[in-house]
Design a protein around this ligand. Structure first.
Ligand code: GLN
Length: 290
């Protein structure tokens, strides 16, 4: 079988499994098995594919056809141009979250320079894969980053991702709910920036989720209670334990903007609050500054 024939077969299998972007997924899976990139794949079209590669491809295509997320099947994804290992222990880093991270980087640079005001701590609450914490540590070379999560499994992935990007010495990982780990570590008075992408899928939307999400991603990372804002509410409610916090930023989902803005303004009276839209034009991140 040639590379071109293997690609055609893979496309047909993924199309039959109703994978939305089956042509792109087929190219990425085949390129992965051949140890090349999607861009270089066409230069190999006439080459034969050996039986070991076919076996590997079959195994990955079977997983993808069962609607496992592409990031888990490939074992990694890109976020803010950095590489992240991903598997079923964590939510896949998404382009939407880049909006949140970019907004925080801009705000921190404007307020604190490159993050080098003495002892500045940025806390990423519910770090999951570690994508936010790692991207912040990468962009703000003088800042200290704390990453927390309730899940010990998620923290293992986040630690591995910090190491994958050479940033393990810049990030401290703490286990526990919401702001609890900051209190337990006795560092509350040094935290100036809090960022979080809490679970925000409301109960009523569970039924509308793609199988990739609902059947494969960790439910702890997805579901945010009746209106989806339980996590945001808990963090906002605990902020009084951080006497020097100046920047608070959250990601949120569809139609949550009004309620979250009201909750944020009432928890942080007098602060400036602004909203950023995602690439599809939907409100996606909220930034509050003192
Ligand atoms: N902080 C991680 C992310 O943004 C995980 C978020 C989550 O699990 N809800 O992808």
């Amino acid at each position: 079988m040639t590379v071109r024939e293997a690609l055609h077969q893979t496309e047909q299998k993924l199309k039959a499994a109703r994978i939305r972007f089956y042509e792109v997924d087929a190219r990425l899976l085949l390129a992965h098995c051949l140890g090349t990139t999607m861009g270089r794949l066409p230069t190999l079209f006439a080459d034969p594919v050996n039986s070991e590669t076919i076996r590997m491809l079959d195994a990955l295509v079977t997983r993808r056809a069962a609607r496992e997320p592409l990031s888990y099947v490939l074992g990694e994804t890109e976020f803010m141009s950095l590489r992240f290992h991903c598997d079923a222990r964590v939510l896949t880093p998404r382009p939407d979250t880049e909006i949140l991270v970019e907004a925080v980087i801009e705000t921190v640079r404007a307020r604190f320079g490159e993050g080098d005001s003495a002892g500045l701590i940025l806390a990423d609450i519910g770090t999951g894969s570690g994508c936010i914490a790692v991207a912040l540590a990468h962009a703000l070379p003088a800042a200290e980053v704390i990453a927390t999560d309730l899940s010990a499994d998620a923290l293992d992935v986040a630690r591995a991702n910090a190491a994958l990007n050479g940033l393990e010495h810049r990030i401290t990982f703490l286990q526990g709910p919401d702001l609890g780990p900051l209190v337990a570590a006795g560092i509350c008075d040094r935290v100036q920036v809090v960022v979080s992408n809490p679970p925000y899928i409301p109960e009523r939307d569970f039924a509308t989720l793609e199988p990739e999400v609902v059947e494969h991603e960790p439910h702890l990372a997805l579901y945010g209670g009746e209106d989806g804002l339980d996590g945001h509410r808990r963090i906002l409610g605990e902020l009084s334990c951080l006497p020097n916090v100046e920047v608070v930023a959250f990601e949120f989902g569809f139609e949550q903007e009004g309620l979250l803005e009201a909750l944020t303004k009432s928890s942080l009276p007098g602060w400036d609050v602004s909203i950023r839209n995602d690439l599809a034009g939907f409100p996606r991140a909220i930034i509050a500054t003192k």
